[in-house]
Design a protein around this ligand. Structure first.
Ligand code: 3PG
Length: 206
C-alpha cells in the first residue's frame, strides 16, 4: 500500500486519542462496525503504542497506524508496535529521512505552500494539511491546487460531519481526518453504538 492508496481506503480517517487501554479494542470494533477501517492512533498518551498492538491483534479488519509522529524515534517505536502507516503534524529533516525507507505510507503535515513544496521535494506528494480550518481550510486547498496540482491532501483539524463534504469535494482532497468520530464523552461512557453510528455516517461521505 502506498500513501495514495491509504488516503483512498476511506473518506474519513479518525484521529484517535486513547487514554484508557481498556477502551482500545471496543472503540476500534465500533468504528470498524460502522465501516471505518483506517485508524490513526495518536502518540499523545502513554498507552498509544500498547493500544496499537492490542487493536492490531484483536481487530484484524482494522488498518492501524500512528499519528502525531514527531521524531524518528517515535516513528521507529510506532513501527515496532505494528503501525501500518504513520502521520505527522509537520515535517522535519530528520523525520523526512527516517520515513523515506520506513516501509509504510507516511503522510507529513504541512500548513503553507513552502512546506508543501519542501515535503514534495522530499518525495511526499501525499500530505496532511494541518491544522486545516485554522490555516485556511477549503479556501487554502483551492488556492494550493493552482500552483501545486499534483499534491494530494488529507486535511485535519477543525473538520466535522457538517463540513467534511465540502473538503471531500475538492480535487486535491482524497480523505479527511478528525476527532469527531470518537467524542471523549462517548468513549468514556462506552457508548459504542453511538460511535458506530458516527462512523457509518462518515463512511457514507463523498
Ligand atoms: C489532528 O491531530 O489531526 C487534530 O487534532 C484533529 O483535529 P480535530 O480534533 O479538530 O478533529
Amino acid at each position: 500500500m502506498n500513501a495514495l492508496e491509504l488516503m483512498r481506503a476511506g473518506p474519513v480517517m479518525p484521529v484517535i486519542v486513547i487514554k484508557d487501554l481498556d477502551t482500545a479494542v471496543p472503540l476500534a470494533q465500533a468504528l470498524v462496525a460502522g465501516g471505518i477501517r483506517s485508524l490513526e492512533i495518536t502518540l499523545r498518551s502513554d498507552v498509544a503504542l500498547q493500544a496499537m498492538r492490542l487493536i492490531a491483534e484483536a481487530v484484524p479488519e482494522a488498518l492501524v497506524g500512528a499519528g502525531t509522529v514527531r521524531s524518528a524515534a517515535q516513528l521507529d517505536a510506532a513501527l515496532r508496535a505494528g503501525a501500518r502507516f504513520a502521520i505527522s503534524p509537520g515535517l522535519t529533516p530528520d523525520l523526512a529521512a527516517a520515513a523515506r525507507d520506513c516501509g509504510v505510507p507516511f503522510l507529513p503535515g504541512i500548513a503553507t505552500p513552502a512546506e508543501a513544496m519542501w515535503a514534495a521535494e522530499q518525495g511526499y506528494t501525499e500530505q496532511k494539511l494541518f491544522p486545516a480550518a485554522a490555516v485556511g481550510g477549503v479556501a487554502l486547498l483551492k488556492a494550493l491546487h493552482g500552483p501545486l496540482p499534483e499534491l494530494r491532501y488529507c486535511p485535519t483539524g477543525g473538520i466535522n460531519a457538517a463540513n467534511a463534504g465540502e473538503y471531500l469535494a475538492l480535487p486535491n482532497v482524497e480523505c479527511v481526518g478528525g476527532s469527531w468520530l470518537t467524542p471523549v464523552a462517548a468513549v468514556a461512557g462506552r457508548r459504542w453504538a453511538d460511535i458506530t453510528a458516527l462512523a457509518r455516517q462518515a463512511a457514507a461521505l463523498k
